[in-house]
Design a protein around this ligand. Structure first.
Ligand SMILES: *[C@@H]1O[C@H](CO)[C@@H](O)[C@H](O)[C@H]1NC(C)=O
Length: 272
């Protein structure tokens, strides 16, 4: 007796399913809910210090909406190296990212940056964000060159600068394995990267995000206070070469001031 045709799937059916599974895996980033699921670890990191509040190390108080000594406008502040450290993630232009020109659609840069920024913010700043939440107030993106289909790229974000109200973050979309020389990038900000011809060739886009930290009753928290509570800003001038407890070198107040100034200049030129 012949077996029933439906009992064993044909080679063609198997190939069809294999193709579907491959397509889903390659495009996993674009599937429904995946974006939200990828944000879950960051949400956990944000909530962890609130849920299991441990005695704070390295800082004395929660940030308050009124300016704390650390946030006093002109007090010199040195910083832990982590303050400006880049957080790098890798990504690829998948099918759902593409637009009619068969390039990564410009609108999809924002969703990508979301994940990378959320990781940075919750890794470095969770301890400073116990009494408030960072609200996304504005995003600006400068598109430098197109990303072709299925091309890989890196996202690299850091805290750019801050003023009394807003905290700014920069996100670079880069060719894979590009390292931005920290002296050029930190001292000169995104402008220095875009003006340097050899660096600019490795940049797909530069995105700047403005956050406002809001607490109860929509009170605005000074970013410097949040950074101080997170243990990233330290009051005092700092001497070059001074070691911090973790072994890294403290950034002196000079370096911090210069970095914030060039960051604010870039922001002023493209955003405000
Ligand atoms: C997207 O950005 C590229 C630069 O990377 C630009 O050439 C293109 O015109 C933009 N596309 C749209 C639809 O705005």
């Amino acid at each position: 007796m012949e077996p029933l045709p439906a009992a064993t799937p044909s080679v063609a059916t198997l190939c069809g399913w294999a193709l579907v599974v491959c397509l889903l895996i390659v495009n996993i980033k674009g599937l429904p809910f995946v974006h939200s699921i990828r944000l879950l670890p960051s949400l956990y990191r944000l909530l962890r210090p609130r849920l299991f509040s441990s005695p704070m190390k390295g800082s004395t108080s929660k940030p308050t909406a009124d300016s704390t000594p650390a946030a006093a406008a002109d007090a010199p502040l040195s910083a832990r190296p982590r303050l400006f450290q880049h957080h790098i993630t890798h990504s690829r232009a998948v099918l759902s990212d593409l637009d009619v020109n068969i390039h990564k659609s410009n609108s999809t840069f924002f969703a990508d940056a979301d994940i990378n920024r959320a990781e940075l913010l919750t890794r470095w700043l969770s301890r400073g964000l116990v009494g408030c939440v960072p609200i996304l107030a504005a995003v600006q993106c400068t598109f430098v060159r197109e990303i072709g289909p299925f091309k890989a790229y890196d996202l690299s974000s850091r805290i750019l600068c801050w003023d009394e109200k807003s905290l700014f973050m920069v996100t670079y979309f880069l060719k894979p394995r590009t390292t931005l020389p920290s002296d050029v990038e930190l001292a000169g900000g995104p402008a220095a990267v875009l003006q340097d011809w050899s660096l600019r060739r490795c940049v797909y886009a530069v995105l700047v995000t403005r956050y406002v930290c809001k607490g109860k009753a929509r009170k605005t928290f000074a970013p410097a206070a949040v950074l101080a509570t997170a243990g990233l800003l330290v009051s005092g001038v700092g001497t070059p070469g001074e070691k911090e407890s973790g072994g890294g070198q403290l950034l002196t107040a000079d370096i911090v001031e210069k970095a914030v100034k060039s960051g604010m200049e870039y922001v002023g030129g493209c955003m405000v």
